[in-house]
Ligand binder design. Structure first.
Ligand SMILES: NC(=O)c1ccc[n+]([C@@H]2O[C@H](COP(=O)([O-])OP(=O)(O)OC[C@H]3O[C@@H](n4cnc5c(N)ncnc54)[C@H](OP(=O)(O)O)[C@@H]3O)[C@@H](O)[C@H]2O)c1
Length: 287
């Protein structure tokens, strides 16, 4: 397993991150019911296998199945030496007191006294939303207070976007990391020919960088099925390796809910021969 220093946190984390959305959300990408005993057993085995194989970064959220993913993570991870894992959860858009309530509930479900990372569970950012997050007595102030109180070690935010408001949030200097949407078809976080994009902006601010949606949430594969229905090439591996190949990406989050998927993704993460020189992929012209 490869490990990397996670931006200004200074913490060493595994480059493969265990994404918790797939474990907790009903029918996430594929047909799936997180409430059955079979699903729970499968997710517990997935988490245990990830620990055995050296994955240290685990990402969940209250919104992943209304607390189901956090409860599953707590079942396995609360018994692990906290120095051996880096556990991240999130909090949806709310106010100062809403953050405190959300974290209290998360800690109960996770059965832990503190968190490594608390992220604003963002999506789209506008100037008004950023102003609201950063204002006195706002959400970020509550997150900073939790940091001072030792309840959370680091704070960050997640984003599907790539716009000026998002850059302003990164440039505010108030966060330790960011989780960005980045994959083969969602390129605007990284345009090396100019250079331009939120991955550069995050790196400039020395933020830890985690990514989501490496496998394009199935979009690329659906397109391939439309234009080449007989094609059986394993695009998932190639898409995950594409994100691993980006030198600015610290942690590649992949959704996992079975031990077999964990073994498969650990093998992908450890297969350095699958990495490409991403600047060559983006090359225009001969020089
Ligand atoms: N902050 C946010 O707003 C946000 C949004 C989206 C995601 N995320 C984070 O990012 C993580 C990843 O999310 P994602 O949307 O990108 O999910 P994903 O990795 O595309 O996972 C979805 C499904 O892909 C399948 N899969 C995983 N590895 C595979 C492989 N090597 N080959 C074939 N299929 C494979 C798994 O399904 P089966 O094993 O069941 O077949 C998994 O349930 C989330 O869990 C979450 O932690 C955050």
């Amino acid at each position: 397993m490869e490990y990397v220093q996670f931006g200004k946190t200074g913490v060493s984390v595994s480059r493969l991150g265990f994404g918790g959305a797939a474990a907790g959300i009903k029918n996430y990408i594929h047909t799936y019911d997180p409430t059955t005993e079979e699903s729970k057993k499968s997710v517990y085995e997935a988490l245990e296998t990830a620990l055995e194989l050296g994955v240290t970064y685990f990402d969940t959220a209250p919104a992943y199945g209304d607390g189901i993913s956090e409860t599953m993570f707590g079942e396995v991870l609360s018994g692990v030496d906290p120095k051996k894992i880096f556990l991240a959860t999130k909090c949806g858009f709310t106010d100062y007191d809403g953050v405190l309530r959300s974290v209290e509930e998360s800690l109960k479900r996770l059965r832990l006294p503190h968190l490594d990372l608390l992220q604003v569970h963002g999506g789209t950012y506008t100037d008004a939303r950023v102003e609201n997050l950063l204002c006195p007595n706002g959400m970020v102030e509550a997150m900073e207070q939790l940091k001072k109180d030792g309840v959370v070690r680091f704070i960050g935010f997640t984003s599907e976007d790539n716009n000026r408001s998002l850059y302003n949030l990164m440039d505010s200097g108030r966060f330790d990391m960011v989780q960005l949407c980045y994959n083969f078809i969602f390129q605007h976080p990284y345009e090396p020919s100019r250079p331009f994009g939120s991955l550069y902006e995050a790196e400039k601010n020395n933020l830890g960088i985690a990514t989501m949606r490496a496998q394009t949430s199935g979009t690329f594969q659906r397109w391939m099925q439309m234009i080449r229905p007989d094609d059986s090439f394993d695009y998932n591996t190639a898409l995950i390796q594409f994100v691993f190949s980006n030198p600015l990406v610290d942690v590649v989050l992949v959704g996992m809910r079975s031990a077999a998927r964990v073994r498969q993704n650990v093998a992908i993460a450890e297969d350095l021969s699958g990495r490409v020189d991403i600047r060559q992929v983006h090359q225009r012209g001969l020089n």
